[in-house]
Design a protein around this ligand. Structure first.
Ligand SMILES: Nc1ncnc2c1ncn2[C@@H]1O[C@H](COP(=O)(O)OP(=O)(O)OP(=O)(O)O)[C@@H](O)[C@H]1O
Ligand SMILES: [Mg+2]
Length: 381
């Protein structure tokens, strides 16, 4: 068991591509840390530097109390699981799982004990004599997990281990990895570009973009309290809705006015925090589940309603996604509301009630700061 400390780590590849631009991350002993972000943001590079598969250009990585920058991968006490399983095709499942231990000259009886135990945990005991080609994708990935488990390493490193599996199997195997972590409590760093996987698996989720960490916190916090527009937009399906506009003072209050006629009053601590920004361009963000088509206990204030038109509805069983707009000639605000299923005509005019607690105001731009987080504004809630 061990904590992992990533300090001021930079990676520049030949050709002057800086894939990781100085990141700091402390992963506690036993913690399940997920690195998530769009393609090319530096997730795999960070993981591969931790594994020792990629040289570190600057900064230090420690596993336990030892700086491992110059320690070869085999001596780092880590086990890595990749997307493509990387099983040896000519070996049986048993031999695939035993191979790493054999290389490390473990006694035969110890190898046998560990392989059988891991197979038991993963429910693949009946497959031990098969070769990989006689296994399904999900079974192969379990063998790859088994190969990592038998090593009993200080740290597991996963790089998109589920992305070759179909949707159903991905969800099942995800649950299995979670159970596995509960049982073994091995420190884990898990890379995915799938935000749902990140939210369901991580003790903490580290959202990356362009070689930098944008926010690293519990799944609930990154979802409910995103530090900037990038994090807000990256997490959640359907994604958060954004409206471009300005803050204006009107009728003794502070109002958000979109460029296309949406008008919402800021109340409570939102009004307080945004007070200094009156007159500035801002972006209002509201999650689909924060928009209602009728008043509710969370959203009933007249000054926080928006008139829009139903473009299309997508039924999802007990809920539905309603695609809304106030666009004329293609110009306008668009939003998606996730509401309880009900019959709704396309092109109907509807009044949309906004849940103030699901609204955020951001500075303009891709990484615009969340103005409505007290900790960022330096104002008490
Ligand atoms: N060996 C390499 N040589 C040069 N550039 C590289 C190399 N490996 C990765 N890169 C670049 O570094 C950046 C980060 O790559 P990385 O593989 O870490 O991204 P990622 O977040 O894992 O993306 P994905 O979700 O697509 O796997 C990208 O711009 C990529 O093109
Ligand atoms: Mg990758």
């Amino acid at each position: 068991m061990a904590q992992v400390t990533i300090k001021d780590v930079v990676k520049t590849y030949p050709g002057n591509v800086t894939a990781v631009k100085g990141i700091n991350l402390e992963i506690a002993d036993g913690e399940f840390m997920v690195l998530v972000g769009p393609s090319g943001c530096g997730k795999s590079t960070t993981l591969r530097m931790t594994a020792g598969l990629e040289e570190i250009t600057g900064g230090t990585i420690s596993i336990g109390d030892r700086v491992v920058n110059d320690v070869p991968p085999k001596d780092r006490d880590i086990a890595m699981v990749f997307q493509n399983y990387a099983l040896y095709p000519h070996m049986t499942v048993y031999k695939n799982m035993a191979f790493g231990l054999k290389l490390r000259k473990f006694p035969k009886a110890e190898i046998d004990k560990r392989v059988r135990e891991a197979a038991e945990i993963l429910g693949i005991t009946q497959l031990l004599d098969r070769k990989p080609k006689a296994l399904s994708g999900g079974q192969r990935q379990r063998v790859a997990l088994g190969r990592a488990i038998v090593r009993d390493p200080a740290v597991f490193l996963f790089d998109e281990p589920l992305s070759n599996l179909d949707a159903k199997l991905r969800v099942e195997t995800r649950a299995e990895i979670k159970r596995l972590h509960k049982r073994l409590t091995t420190t884990t760093i898990y890379v995915t570009h799938d935000q749902e996987e990140a939210m369901t698996l991580g003790d903490r989720v580290c959202v990356m973009s362009e070689g930098l960490i944008q926010q690293c916190d519990t799944p609930i916090t990154v979802y409910d309290r995103p530090v900037n527009r990038f994090v807000a937009a990256f997490l959640g399906t359907p994604p958060m809705n954004f409206f471009d506009g300005q803050l204006v003072a009107e009728n003794g209050g502070t109002w958000f006015k979109s460029n296309h006629g949406v008008s919402v009053e800021l109340t409570g601590h939102h009004a307080e925090l945004a007070a200094g920004k009156v007159g500035s361009e801002v972006v209002m963000g509201v999650r689909p589940e924060g928009m209602f088509l009728r008043p509710t206990e969370f959203a009933s204030t007249e000054s926080q309603t928006v008139n829009m038109t139903v473009d299309v509805t997508e039924p999802l069983g007990n809920t539905m996604d309603v695609f809304l707009s106030n666009a004329t000639n293609g110009e306008g605000d668009r939003a998606t509301a996730r509401v309880k299923a009900e019959p709704l005509e396309e092109n109907a005019s509807v009044k949309v009630y906004l849940d103030q607690s699901k609204i955020h105001y951001f500075e303009p731009g891709k990484f615009g700061v969340n103005l409505t987080l007290p900790e960022l504004a330096g104002v008490g809630a």
